[in-house]
Design a binder for this molecule. Structure first.
Ligand code: ZN
Length: 529
């Protein structure tokens, strides 16, 4: 396999539009401003943690590329550091010679030669408690004496780096004026060392000041072997208080939406855990998985089902990130692929609001389920298909929820058409991330399903929609996805992803017309290099 030359690599790099993300720090108290500095110091260490988690060969490659001389070496160096590894999620092959064709399925979280069969056979020999540890978010699987598999907690595997990060978080805790920031940074520092994250997840839900920080091992997307292991990332942000208060108004409607989900009544949750806090923030600094591929525009945490069940979740929307994506990526896409009569419906408000409802709907629908009389979770039942399926659910049910909110007068009626049009253009924005990735695959599933129902149309490199057919088609898809989740039906999830989660020739024709539009943004930060 030949690797890209310097020009090709620069072209690949340019798919990520450079952008300076600004954030207003003038409202922070002196103590919180100092705490922010310490949080960023801790967050820098997360880059190194993620770098090691994702590929065992990364430290060696970094050394190899440390002193670039030729054009090619410079291009490789820059792209390697942008992507934090020798692969880009947009491409099927590596951009540096001498590495595996694909990122190992288990990243550097399992032995690279481990097969699913060997893992499952080994799991069968363990006690229930050991099995939970082996499948846990915060452990790696390594080989010990005689190649025997063993479970190693993150606190041990990454002990040196975690101690350093914990020290910075403790300094942030001492400096902060905001008591909730003090509490979270102190308890997360403890968690890094104890490997027990639940208490600090609860403290994170309670963050209520001007600084909002997510810090730790969170998402499992990179573990494509099983989807068990969480990768480190950090988001250091400042809160937009006015916008956050506005969003909080939506919380009172969530139970009503859950009660009306288009699924069998027994699958609905009669009492959602508390109301979900929502924060609109501007990103000040990000690291680890957050800065490794497609930029996250919003997130809903924590992922620990036990904490979610008792304490609920929190949505964080990164407004300056979303604005940059809308201006630099979505707007040029809409101009290229939508018919003239739909152009003026593309709107940032619709884009922003749908991301919000996407996040809200991660908290709704089936999570803790019963399969064959046993209590389990959707995540564990659907294993590696869970991420793509859950992202599709959040997207399409978010749209379903917005429609209901418009009908009930909570959202303005003027949002109706912009909501569908912006969602359509944004579908092609997401699918350009590749359908190997959870969001892209989930988006392809939705698009093809809606085309089958006649609600979306595609041809000649353009897309269109039928406003009248969309409401029912969206509701049907919501129901199908959530029913499969409620039943923990892994075979049905797989079948649906295989049927719809693909790029058809007509879709490829549209994607080809977008080849010179940036795929995503590559941010730098106003206050921290
Ligand atoms: Zn999501």
């Amino acid at each position: 396999m030949t690797q890209p030359n310097a020009n090709e690599l620069r072209a690949m790099h340019s798919r990520f539009a450079p952008t300076l993300l600004r954030a207003d720090l003038s409202g922070l108290s002196t103590g919180d401003r100092k705490a922010l500095d310490h949080c960023v110091k801790a967050a820098r260490i997360v880059n190194e943690l993620y770098f090691r988690q994702v590929y065992s060969g990364n430290p060696g490659l970094r050394k190899q590329l440390a002193n670039p001389n030729t054009e090619l070496e410079h291009a490789q160096h820059d792209y390697f550091h942008l992507r934090k590894g020798p692969w880009c999620p947009l491409d099927l092959t590596p951009f540096i010679a001498g590495v595996p064709e694909k990122q190992p399925e288990g990243a550097n979280l399992y032995p690279e030669d481990l097969t699913k069969e060997e893992f499952e056979a080994w799991i069968g020999t363990l006690s229930a408690e050991e099995q939970a540890a082996a499948r846990g978010f915060f452990t790696v699987i390594r080989r010990g004496k005689g190649r025997k598999l063993k479970v190693v907690p993150y606190s041990q595997e990454y002990a040196g780096l975690l101690r350093k990060a914990a020290r910075h978080l403790r300094r942030a805790s001492v400096a902060a004026d905001d008591l909730t920031l003090r509490a979270f940074t102190a308890s997360r520092a403890d968690a890094l060392l104890s490997n027990s994250y639940s208490d600090s997840d609860v403290a994170w839900l309670g963050l209520n000041g001007a600084v909002e920080i997510a810090f730790g091992p969170y998402e499992t997307y990179e573990d494509t072997l099983f989807g068990y292991k969480a990768l480190f990332e950090a988001y250091v942000t400042v809160v937009n208080a006015t916008e956050s208060a506005n969003l909080q108004l939506y919380a009172v409607h969530l139970q009503g939406l859950e009660n009306n989900l288009p699924i069998d009544e027994r699958f609905r949750c009669p009492n959602l855990a508390g109301s979900s806090p929502m924060k609109v923030v501007d990103l000040v600094y990000a690291s680890g998985e957050a800065m490794s591929g497609i930029m996250t525009a919003a997130f809903n945490l924590p992922n620990d089902e036990a904490v979610r069940e008792t304490h609920g979740t929190k949505q964080v929307l990164l407004k300056n990130v979303q604005r940059a994506k809308f201006d630099l990526v979505l707007t040029p896409i809409a101009r290229r692929i939508l018919p003239d009569r739909l152009q003026h419906y593309t709107s940032f408000e619709a884009f922003f609001t749908h991301i919000l409802w996407h996040e809200l709907f991660h908290g709704l629908g089936p999570h803790n389920i019963t399969v064959n009389g046993n209590a389990t979770t959707v995540r564990l039942s659907l294993t590696t298909d869970h991420s793509a399926f859950e992202e599709a659910k959040a997207d399409i049910c978010g749209l379903w929820g917005m429609r209901r909110m418009i009908d009930e007068g909570v959202l303005p009626g003027a949002l109706l058409k912009p909501m569908y049009v912006t969602y359509l253009a944004s579908a092609f924005r997401s699918m350009r991330f590749g359908i190997e990735e959870a969001h892209g695959k989930g988006q392809a599933l939705q698009f093809n399903y809606l085309v089958e129902k006649g609600a979306f149309k595609i041809g000649g490199g353009m897309v269109d929609l039928d406003f009248d057919l969309l409401q029912q088609a969206v509701s049907d898809l919501c129901g199908e996805i959530m029913t499969i989740q409620a039943n923990g039906n892994a075979a049905a999830a797989r079948a649906m992803l295989e049927k719809y989660g693909t790029i058809t020739p007509a879709m490829q024709e549209v994607l080809d017309r977008l080849s010179d539009v940036p795929v995503d943004i590559a941010p730098t930060f106003e206050h921290y290099q």
